[in-house]
Ligand binder design. Structure first.
Ligand code: SF4
Length: 349
């Protein structure tokens, strides 16, 4: 049985006075008018009809800066969600917003409406990256709002982007480390996707920005993922979903999008872990002197596809890089998520 489901309600660009360089929220959400209360109810009912057997269900207001819209409108949406929560048909209320759209008055109102989780679109902890991305807030806003959200007893979520103008592997790693220090419950990692006709697209066309290659995006994200995961933060999303882009009409440019981006990242981590263990077992990359042995690579059922890699890319990598050794892939459900083991066949653990 599926344990947890999120019912997403997209609230487009409403009330947002900003123009982040990467954002075309109206396009992403494919709406131009405010979402009506009837639409919200209809969306919730449609989702609920498919989620009967899910243990916990959560309504999530995404897509804009929820707490920057007029409070009266926030409350209309929140009252609907609140009624579902009171009736027990949903269990949590979740929203996303900007770090500078949080203050005590806003948080008190959200508490009155039984909101559980507030996600901050932090994007980066590097003030230069934030300024070049025209976010309109700095890292001080992030620390201030995150602390306040936690003091009020909400669950905290942090969203980070990878590959914004001025970004670097070092800045990304620092953002991941600062995130760990804030101790959020959840995080999302989004490599930048260039959407046509945004400021970022024009900057790129004018030579002022270079999008990451897909491989760079995977490698930078991988390092952040490892830091967050090691700290026990639940990484609920890595990369945009295809359905997010369908809503945008698919007008994306650049190459960072991949429908299984999370698997690319987790597959790289699996490859790295296996390669470390092969080295510890005495195997040397690209050497014809490796002993002709069979090596078992193991993960639990959820991790097996990461081990093999998207489209079998890890399997091919090891075939090419370790000629002579035979790797076979097995499920071992005693292993935890993210645990990948390499062992010479026949050897005891
Ligand atoms: S604050 Fe959010 S909705 Fe507004 S422009 Fe920036 S990314 Fe888009």
């Amino acid at each position: 049985m599926k344990k947890h489901a999120i019912i997403p309600i997209f609230i487009p660009h409403l009330g947002c006075p900003h123009s982040c360089i990467f954002c075309d929220q109206r396009t992403i959400t494919a709406h131009t008018a405010p979402v009506s209360e009837d639409e919200v109810t209809e969306t919730i009912e449609t989702w609920l009809s498919t989620l009967e057997h899910v243990e916990t269900r959560e309504i999530a207001f995404y897509g804009g800066s929820f707490t920057a819209i007029p409070m009266e409108l926030q409350n209309r949406y929140l009252r609907i969600a609140g009624r579902y929560k009171e009736s027990g048909r949903i269990h949590k209320i979740h929203l996303s917003t900007r770090p500078d759209a949080i203050d005590p008055h806003i948080l008190e109102n959200l508490r009155e409406h039984s909101v559980d989780t507030i996600e901050l679109g932090v994007q980066s902890f590097d003030d230069r990256v934030l300024a070049l991305s025209r976010r309109g807030h700095d890292s001080a806003d992030v620390y201030r709002s995150a602390r306040m959200i936690q003091e009020y007893g909400f669950e905290l979520g942090i969203q980070l982007m990878i590959g914004l103008p001025g970004d670097s592997p070092e800045a990304c790693i620092r953002s991941a480390r600062e995130t760990v220090l804030l101790r959020p419950q959840i995080a999302r990692l989004y490599p930048v996707i260039v959407i046509e006709n945004t400021g970022l697209y024009h900057l790129w066309q004018n030579g002022g920005y270079r999008p990451l290659t897909q491989q760079e995006a995977v490698m930078w994200t991988k390092e952040m993922y490892k830091i967050l995961d090691a700290a026990g933060i639940n990484i609920i999303r890595v990369g945009l979903k295809s359905s997010d882009l369908i809503r945008s009409g698919g007008s994306i440019a650049g190459t960072t999008f991949h429908p299984a981006f999370r698997q690319l990242v987790e597959g790289e981590i699996a490859k790295e872990r296996i390669e470390e263990q092969l080295a510890a077992l005495g195997f040397v990359p690209c050497s014809s002197r490796n002993p002709k042995r069979e090596v078992l690579c193991m993960a639990n059922a959820r991790g097996l596809s990461n081990l093999v890699g998207n489209g079998g890319r890890n399997r091919q990598y090891f075939l090419d890089k370790y000629p002579g050794i035979v790797l076979s892939y097995r499920v071992c459900n005693e292993l935890h998520d993210g645990e990948y083991i390499a062992r010479i066949k026949g050897d005891k653990q």
